[in-house]
Design a protein around this ligand. Structure first.
Ligand SMILES: O=P(O)(O)OC[C@@H](O)[C@@H](O)c1c[nH]c2ccccc12
Length: 257
């Protein structure tokens, strides 16, 4: 599954590259306002931070929400107190797009993450050209040298990589790659199995200064509380926000959990 998602994302990127060559996207990327500091946004103060996700659908959950106006949704997230916004740009299974990312970028002033299956530099240039401050790098789908190269490339553009692990071994590889923001996804993207306890198991192994992110399956305040008590700096929340009827209130509630 994860291999197919990456393959699909790379095919879609190749299609776009045939229309907008690398040099042009690079020019656009370099003409953006500097990327916002995601590490600071996700670790300021003592409280938990929320990365609120714009997500229409997923391979494991199917259709979640229509989201005709991603910019309006992102504004509600920001008003609720989200520290950053994640935008699914994967087109095939998550029904997202770079247009969604651009719309969100232009509507909020907090850091924005491009959530995509990334395997090459072109996709990172596209992210920056669309105004993203962060990109996702999934350890399970990248060999170590590629993971390190892509992280370095994002940093050269002033962006931060959210490096995502689903196992202890992937977590270690993320640290070896020098992750500044390291996420533990409770959902294994290879099997879709849920491991809600994985974050608390790995939390003590984060070195000081690395931002601790718990991802997926945060549906209620008690789930936020559990991750916060285990030491999370931030939680990434999708489904609960796009399927609820008051995302702004839900974020406020989660922040007070
Ligand atoms: O909708 P949820 O269960 O709140 O999950 C959000 C987020 O963690 C999930 O969308 C996610 C985590 N890692 C990913 C990688 C690709 C696509 C999606 C994801």
């Amino acid at each position: 599954m994860l291999d197919d998602l990456l393959k699909g994302s790379l095919e879609d990127a190749a299609r776009r590259r045939a229309e907008v060559p690398t040099a042009e996207v690079e020019r656009q990327a370099l003409s953006q306002a500097p990327a916002l500091d995601a590490v600071a946004a996700l670790s300021r103060g003592e409280q938990i931070h929320i990365i609120a996700e714009v997500k229409r659908a997923s391979p494991s959950r199917g259709r979640l929400a229509n989201i005709p106006d991603p910019a309006a949704l992102a504004k509600l997230y920001e008003r609720g107190g989200a520290a950053a916004i994640s935008v699914l740009t994967e087109e095939r299974k998550f029904l997202g797009s770079l247009d969604d990312l651009r719309a969100v970028r232009n509507s909020v002033s907090i850091p924005v993450l491009r959530k995509e299956f990334i395997g090459e530099e072109y996709q990172i240039l596209e992210a920056r050209a669309a105004g993203a401050d962060m990109i996702l790098l999934i350890v399970a789908s990248l060999e170590q040298p590629l993971l390190e190269r892509l992280k370095g490339f994002a940093e050269e553009l002033g962006m931060t990589a959210l490096i995502e692990a689903h196992t202890r071994e992937e977590f270690q590889r993320g640290l070896d790659a020098g992750a500044k923001v390291l996420g533990v996804n409770a959902r294994d993207l290879k099997t879709f199995e849920m491991h809600p306890e994985l974050f608390s198991e790995l939390a003590p192994e984060y070195p000081a200064g690395v931002v601790k992110v718990a991802e997926s399956a945060v549906l209620k305040p008690e789930h936020v509380r559990r991750y916060r008590d285990a030491g999370a700096d931030a939680v990434l929340v999708g489904e609960a926000l796009v399927t609820g009827n008051d995302p702004e209130a839900t974020i406020k509630e989660f922040l007070q959990a």
